[in-house]
Design a protein around this ligand. Sequence first.
Ligand code: MRU
Length: 339
Amino acid sequence: MELHLERLPKSLELARKGDNAVLRYIDERLLPGELRIDETDDWKVAVEAVKTLAIRGAPALGIAGAAALTLWVQQACNSDDLARIAEEIASARPTAVNLRWGVERALTRLKELSCPSMEMAASALFDLVQAMQDEDERANRAMGAHGAALLEQGAKVLTHCNAGSLATYYYGTALGVVYAAAEQGKIARVYADETRPVGQGARMTAWELARVGVPVTLICDNMAASLMAQGKVDAVIVGADRIARNGDTANKIGTYGVAVLAQAHGIPFYVAAPTSTIDSNLENGSQIIIEQRSAQEVLRDPIEGVDVYNPAFDVTPARLITRIITENGVYEPQSLFAS
Ligand code: MRU
């Protein structure tokens, strides 16, 4: 199968349209059926896109957060409201620390400017988001290079959720490792967990990998154990939404189960994430806030008397993680913060 990385989609981008900044983003709720790029100059629309998962994935959320604040500054800037609006954006989704990190970077930039005009402030934030986009791609490519070195020739990799180009500005974290390894001819196949209930694996990872020509097999979440038992998985690589100081890692619900299975079968379990996903304020994973989402994601038509539990993330303890891959290198999870 020929590799076509030039077909990788860019998930979102703050761009210029005339004198205005606009946020362009793939509405990921429509994938794989429709690849639609929406455009807005309204910060509220950007926040709604984050809440409804049109824009998703931790690194993409970081850029979306800074971009939403840029749109607000351009639209309605009134410094009395800044703190409230920033908080509204940063709390749109609670688990991925990148969202708050992106908003805080924008706030820091604003503080550096002394008494800027609205135009100056909007222009400085626009430049910041451009820099964040470039940084994101550079970090992903660096993670790709570090992670690819961990894989053997002919590797069969299992991944959960979507930590690809669609979850970042461009290229991906866990899938960035896959792409870098595929360029070296190392990847025999990727198994994509379907990732119930929203289906990021089925709808995004499988689509993204097939689009660029990486051999991919879609599996239901409950098939991973039997694949591993058959010796069909050489490594698991996933992304992350928040990593605590001790290496405990929050990622899409189901990741913890995959890590338990990997350990039971003696398969290395790698987490690939930029340093912006590390939350140095948290001692361990028990302090990570887990987003609870609507029952309808699990059960479209309610059944009387049936309650639904729908946490969007779980925490994988550091002891189950073989290595964490960041843009700076490859680390044992417990020594991540010491570095
Ligand atoms: O709810 P989502 O789709 O935003 O969850 C995404 C994930 O859990 C990803 O694995 C994580 O953000 C890493 S993305 C590089």
